[in-house]
Design a binder for this molecule. Structure first.
Ligand SMILES: [Zn+2]
Length: 272
């Protein structure tokens, strides 16, 4: 499943293609709004934004919401380029003067009135988004200090979009490593400095991974590892998918666990 950085990268491509542009053609196969073509035609897209793992396309009088779940995918092509043939069903295609943005396979697509957005069940429960630049360390600390999070373990909290929106599986392992925190720690057990570290690293790694796709390791070290012959996949993370390999900081062997059925890798020495 794509994580925040991937969603925001997809959103920024769609934004470049749609924002400020008029919809000149539209194809819809989503049954719930197949009769709404006329609402889109000739209308200008005001704003495209990612919220957690959802994408919102704002028009004057309505907002198109989509959540890709496991299989949904957006593609952006020049208008004259034929879409690639693949095993996905087209849900919506929005065409502007220059581009066509297509949403494939997603089942969670709907149109809302602008005022309904903040009350949508998925949007309403989202925590602060770690990828957008408006989110600050203080926002994350204030959010994590709420009573409802105190007894929960970091390994489960970090996948909860109501905690930090945008963090997914690889970021969970990586944030815990660079914060020096053991996955079993609870929020209540963290010192002030540890909270600051968790907040800072959550922002730093998510944003780096947005700018430099999928790379969470320190960039100088990434280059060095690549020069030594490591593949991109082997070099891009501190601990994630590096189980049984040596920690880059202390040489202990990285441990692999699967809480809730999803991979979590950590260093037994650097994370306490
Ligand atoms: Zn280590």
């Amino acid at each position: 499943m794509p994580e925040g950085p991937e969603i925001h990268r997809a959103a920024s491509k769609i934004r470049k293609a749609l924002e400020g542009n008029v919809i000149e053609d539209i194809e819809i196969t989503v049954p719930q709004f197949s009769g709404r073509k006329a609402d889109f035609l000739g209308k200008t897209v005001n704003k495209v934004e990612a919220r957690g793992k959802a994408l919102l396309i704002h028009f004057d009088s309505f907002v198109m919401y989509s959540h890709n779940q496991l299989y949904g995918r957006w593609t952006v092509n020049l208008r004259k380029t034929e879409p690639k043939k693949w095993n996905r069903a087209l849900r919506v295609a929005l065409t502007t003067k220059k581009h066509t943005c297509r949403l494939w396979s997603a089942t969670d697509v709907l149109l809302m009135e602008p005022w309904e957005v903040s009350g949508h069940p998925y949007i309403a429960k989202l925590g602060p988004d770690v990828v957008i630049k408006e989110t600050r360390v203080g926002d994350l600390i204030e959010h994590m200090n709420q009573k409802k999070f105190q007894k929960r373990r970091l390994k489960t909290l970090l996948l909860d979009q109501g905690f930090f929106a945008g963090v997914g599986n690889y970021l969970r392992s990586e944030i815990l490593f660079t914060s020096g925190l053991h996955p079993d720690r609870t929020i209540a057990s963290l010192s002030d400095d540890e909270k600051i570290a968790l907040a800072k690293e959550s922002l730093f790694l998510s944003r780096q991974s947005y700018k430099v796709p999928g790379i969470t390791i320190e960039l100088g070290m990434f280059e060095k590892l690549r020069e030594l012959g490591f593949s991109r996949g082997q070099a891009r993370h501190w601990v994630f998918t590096r189980n049984d390999k040596e920690c880059h900081r202390c040489n202990s062997l990285i441990i692999h666990t699967r809480p809730g059925g999803r991979r979590l890798d950590y260093c037994p020495k650097c994370q306490v």
